[in-house]
Design a protein around this ligand. Structure first.
Ligand code: MLY
Length: 288
């Protein structure tokens, strides 16, 4: 089945995708005419996917299958010529379920954590808005740092937050007089508005505790969901340990990540669950 969705490596891009594999509530999506190496897994209620025609309806640019020109691509003829099926709208659980965040507009400026370099809080812009989510873009950087978040994200702050909190604001690369960066001047120079402070909401704290068991997607091999344990926590994140595996595979995830599930989720949804490996297995099999 065909659909439209966000490229996880370029979150500002919507692409022509097909369902390559289904496992319970999860599916592997493939970029049409591209190598399988770009395939990625999502839950079927992912906010990142939309039915055929969604981009056109919402004014988003759709990136066609590899080798096709945007101008030449039309879903209608693509599906017809290749005898393909569009995923029916009724299968999408994410549309129109939420309200547009109040106060945010595309083009507004904010201060956001670069999730790839989490020590940096940077000058950034709301680049897109869909349902209740915002696409954060870092000014004068390429789109590979962009990410989607909701208005309760702990990674976004209103203009002036760094100054109020004694943090260094990372200014756009090449910005002249970065030392004396002034939001007032920058907003004027870029003819933009700051996202209103009242639009940023607090995220309720999560209730994960150390030692709790759960089921987590293996980031290194995302077809797998494994038995896992919370081994550390902070305000908004949990550190996941895969039972039986070495600590070096532990990793931090946002507590609201779509890749962690309660114990029993795999059985309930019909997904394979990788049981903890015992130490004897460790040397020869998977871990080696
Ligand atoms: N060492 C990296 C840091 C990039 C930071 C980008 N953020 C601010 C969007 C580099 O210079 O490529």
């Amino acid at each position: 089945m065909r659909l439209e969705g966000i490229d996880p490596l370029h979150p500002s891009m919507y692409c022509v995708l097909s369902v390559a594999e289904v496992s319970g509530y999860r599916m592997r999506l493939h970029f049409d005419n591209y190598s399988d190496c770009y395939d990625f897994w999502v839950n079927c209620n992912s906010p990142d996917i939309h039915p055929v025609g969604w981009c056109e309806k919402t004014g988003h640019k759709l990136h066609p299958p590899k080798g096709m020109k945007s101008e030449a691509f039309s879903w209608c003829s693509y599906l017809k010529t290749n005898k393909l099926q569009a995923a029916p709208k009724s299968l999408f659980h994410n549309h129109n379920t939420t309200v547009t965040p109040l106060g945010f507009r595309v083009g507004m400026k904010l201060e956001a954590v670069d999730k790839k370099n989490p020590s940096l809080v940077c000058v950034s812009t709301v680049k897109d808005m869909v349902d209740s989510r915002l696409l954060v873009h870092f000014d004068s950087w390429d789109e590979s740092y962009d990410y989607w978040c909701d208005v309760t994200s702990p990674y976004i702050h209103p203009v002036g937050w760094c100054q109020e909190n004694g943090r260094t604001l990372t200014t756009p690369p090449g910005y002249s007089d970065a030392e004396n960066f002034s939001w007032e001047r920058y907003l004027e120079e870029t003819s933009s508005l700051p996202a209103p402070a009242r639009s940023f909401k607090a995220k309720p704290h999560h209730s994960f505790q150390v030692n709790m068991k759960l089921e987590a997607v293996d980031v290194r091999n995302p077809v797998m969901v494994r038995v896992a344990t919370v081994v550390d926590r902070d305000e908004h994140r949990v550190k996941i340990h895969f039972d039986g595996w070495m600590d070096e595979y532990d990793y931090w995830l946002d507590a609201d990540s779509p890749d962690i599930h309660p114990a029993g989720w795999c059985t309930k949804t019909g997904h394979a669950l990788q049981a903890p490996i015992s130490l004897e297995d460790t040397s020869e099999s998977e871990q080696g």
